[in-house]
Design a binder for this molecule. Structure first.
Ligand SMILES: *[C@@H]1O[C@H](CO)[C@@H](O)[C@H](O)[C@H]1NC(C)=O
Ligand SMILES: *[C@@H]1O[C@H](CO)[C@@H](O)[C@H](O)[C@H]1NC(C)=O
Ligand SMILES: *[C@@H]1O[C@H](CO)[C@@H](O)[C@H](O)[C@H]1NC(C)=O
Ligand SMILES: *[C@@H]1O[C@H](CO)[C@@H](O)[C@H](O)[C@H]1NC(C)=O
Length: 445
């Protein structure tokens, strides 16, 4: 049989056998209608909360587009041995939903620096630039002067609130950096990352701006190598050269930060033991940097050394909420994006599930009468979802069909990145033998 006919036959079998996967109650029309009525009634009964928010919990899923959201919902359910599609994410329970146009001033597709400047500072700007208006140019220090724009983190601090950032990337990365820094380039993590001209023209690196702009109460993420003098051994990976301190100006920003806080209860920690020992009730300031650079993916995290985003969100909220004037907290699921860049759907989706659980923790610790909680993404990613997967089919699995080249394909696919590349006219092969394992729901009633 020619490949396309094989494919058609498989689709036919799929349709015939696929109908047997419905749960019994779902065959009853009343099941769906009553569910719809309940949803409508909940919306009608909703009391519109017109209070002025004392606290803002701002959750940002980096690169968490709609496909990621849907696929992560299915994964979240499948991790609990459910079919997955019907799972309710914490994000799903929010009463209001909107869509945003994410273009930057100069690009159709933005990056996390331009978008962070848009949603944190309220100003669309150019690609790769942080906390500056579009009058500034990417990488040109001189163009930065006078074009700085401030963020909601600063506005909140100026209003007497406590402020914090929690991320799974290095704290100098585009998203968190935009809350406290102004930089013509998102890449100026430490002074060693800056061109000589930029330093000569008076620009400062992002890490040093952690100390000199807004007085931030809670800083949690990774990125300690940008804080210490060049060659400083990392406490966790003393033998790894790439983890060593980067700073050419020989400053130790961690000890400077601690000195700044003299007279206050301030803690710097880099591991889980010390993090767990931080008592939020007595702590004024916390800086926690768990890795030299970005944190590990949730699926690869060593829970004895690094806390999860759920734990870091909890600690931050508990410290910040002591301020009677309120708080602003930015929580970033920052590695959803990085996993997608590498074509690693497994990592990206597990990051998204952890992020959703962090949102649940944030809601649990705050009161919606006084806290505005926002969840958003900064941009999407070229991940697609197709291939006739059955209900309950592993979200990380292969299509029950095969492609015209008679090879199987995953139902999640990337429009670019390493997995997408066609090498010498041949796509990346998934070589597992056919017949591939059938999904667990196959044939079940
Ligand atoms: C899901 O099923 C597997 C295999 O039967 C089992 O080991 C696991 O504990 C189950 N997980 C949950 C959350 O029920
Ligand atoms: C930034 O803060 C550090 C530590 O408090 C201080 O030594 C330094 O002078 C400050 N730099 C500027 C430019 O304000
Ligand atoms: C955690 O950090 C502290 C302070 O540097 C150190 O004394 C302790 O040994 C570290 N714990 C682990 C498990 O590495
Ligand atoms: C692609 O083709 C070139 C030229 O025939 C060959 O040298 C190269 O190894 C091929 N690359 C791969 C990944 O097969």
């Amino acid at each position: 049989m020619e490949p396309s006919k094989v494919s058609m036959l498989a689709l036919f079998l799929l349709v015939v056998f696929g109908t047997t996967t419905a749960k019994v109650e779902e065959e009853n029309p009343e099941f769906w209608r009553s569910q719809a009525k309940k949803t409508l009634q909940t919306a009608l009964n909703r009391k519109h909360n017109t209070n002025v928010a004392k606290n803002i919990l701002f959750f940002l899923g980096d690169g968490m587009g709609i496909t990621t959201y849907t696929a992560a919902r299915i994964l979240k359910g499948q991790l609990q041995n459910h079919t997955g599609e019907e799972t309710v994410m914490t994000m799903d329970t929010f009463p209001y939903v909107g869509l945003a146009k994410t273009y930057s001033v100069d690009f159709q597709i933005p990056d996390s620096a331009a978008t962070a400047t848009a949603y944190l500072c309220g100003v669309k700007t150019n690609l790769n630039t942080i906390g500056v208006s579009a009058a500034a140019r990417n990488g040109i220090c001189k163009s930065q002067k006078g074009n700085e724009v401030t963020s909601i983190l600063k506005w909140a601090k100026d209003a007497g609130k406590s402020v914090g950032i929690v991320t799974t990337t290095r704290v100098q990365h585009a998203t968190p950096a935009t809350s406290y820094a102004h930089s013509a380039s998102r890449k100026w993590y430490s002074d060693a990352d800056m061109p000589a001209a930029a330093k000569r023209d008076g620009c400062t690196d992002i890490a040093s701006q952690l100390l000199n702009n807004t007085d931030i109460d809670v800083i949690i993420g990774g990125g300690r190598k940008y804080m210490t003098p060049r060659g400083t051994k990392d406490p966790e990976y003393p033998k790894d050269y790439s983890s060593r301190g980067k700073r050419q100006d020989k400053r130790n920003l961690i000890s400077e930060w601690l000195n700044q806080k003299t007279g206050k209860v301030a803690h710097y920690v880099w591991n889980k033991t010390d993090f767990d020992a931080v008592d939020p009730e007595t702590t004024d300031y916390l800086m926690a940097l768990f890795e030299p650079g970005d944190l590990r993916y949730e699926a690869q995290r060593d829970p004895s050394m690094d806390p999860s985003i759920i734990e870091t969100t909890e600690k931050a909220v508990r410290i910040l909420r002591k301020n009677p004037q309120g708080f602003f907290l930015l929580v970033e699921g920052g590695r959803i994006d990085q996993a997608h860049h590498d074509g690693r759907a497994y990592m990206a989706l597990h990051e998204t599930v952890a992020f959703d659980n962090a949102i649940a923790k944030g809601l649990e610790l705050t009161n919606e009468e006084e806290t505005l909680t926002i969840v958003m993404a900064d941009h999407s990613h070229p991940i697609t979802f197709n291939g006739y997967p059955f209900r309950g089919h592993s979200i990380l699995g292969k299509s029950p069909l095969w492609a015209k080249d008679m090879l199987p394909y995953t139902t999640l696919m990337y429009g670019n990145g390493p997995g997408h590349k066609i090498i010498n006219g041949t796509r990346n092969k998934i070589t597992s033998p056919m017949p591939w394992p059938m999904p667990p729901v196959w044939g079940k009633t």
